[in-house]
Design a protein around this ligand. Structure first.
Ligand SMILES: *Cc1c(COP(=O)(O)O)cnc(C)c1O
Length: 222
């Protein structure tokens, strides 16, 4: 199967309201161009320098999503053009995104990363931390940020029931936050979960953005 067939095979299984983020990290611009020529417009990257280089080299109507852990000191390089930052996990990062968005004369859409997986990681708000953060209300002052939804990663496991329960937890949290803080706006709409190994489960549990890399581009060589 060629790249274009792989993308089309995924695209045609997606219900209305679910969009494909083609995760192109570590793959060359030529492959992204090939995917672009097949009609794909949203690409996900997780390293700032790589994203900047690809943004410079490739068509300007690509929607670039930053999907990895973003370091505060690197926000300035992507703020002028990034379409969505998926994994915002601290107030420090929000402050910097807001500042750099302002400098670029933009409002930058972001997703709050919630940690629902069994694996221990230092990234992401726990559900309780996220609820407290929303309740505290400081986020309302970041007027150059658009709060667009939440993002999570499930445990890397064969246990589909566990994966489903983690996505379901994220979905419940999303609806709770949406109803409480965004009921009168239509900005908080995105649920970013599902990768090559678990995206059909993610779609069953509310995902609106699936982030697929290896299934499209093959294995990455780091
Ligand atoms: C690399 C990456 C993906 C894509 O993973 P695949 O298993 O290759 O589909 C999705 N989300 C994040 C945050 C990633 O870093």
């Amino acid at each position: 199967m060629n790249l274009s067939e792989k993308i089309n095979n995924i695209q045609k299984t997606l219900p209305a309201g679910v969009r494909l983020v083609a995760v192109s990290k570590y793959h060359p611009a030529s492959l992204i161009q090939e995917a672009y020529d097949a009609g794909q417009r949203i690409f996900g990257e997780s390293h700032v320098q790589e994203l900047v280089a690809k943004h410079d080299a490739l068509p300007k109507d690509i929607e670039w999503h930053f999907i990895g852990h973003l370091q505060t000191n690197k926000v300035k390089y992507i703020a002028p053009f990034v379409s969505l930052i998926h994994a915002v996990d601290s107030e420090r990062l929000l402050i910097e995104i807001n500042k750099q968005a302002k400098r670029s004369g933009r409002t930058i859409p972001i997703l709050l990363q919630v940690h629902v997986a069994k694996e221990t990681t230092k990234f992401g708000f726990t559900p309780d931390e996220l609820l407290n953060f929303m309740e505290n209300g400081d986020w309302r002052q970041y007027t150059n940020i658009r709060f667009s939804g939440i993002m999570c990663m499930a445990t890397n496991t064969e246990d589909e029931a566990l994966i489903a329960s983690e996505f379901e937890q994220a979905k419940t949290l999303f609806h709770r936050i949406k109803e409480k803080y965004f009921s009168d706006s239509d900005t908080f709409n995105e649920c970013s979960w599902g990768m090559s190994g678990d995206y059909p489960i993610a779609i069953e549990h509310g995902s609106t953005l699936i982030r697929i890399g290896s299934m499209i581009f093959g294995e990455r060589t780091y």
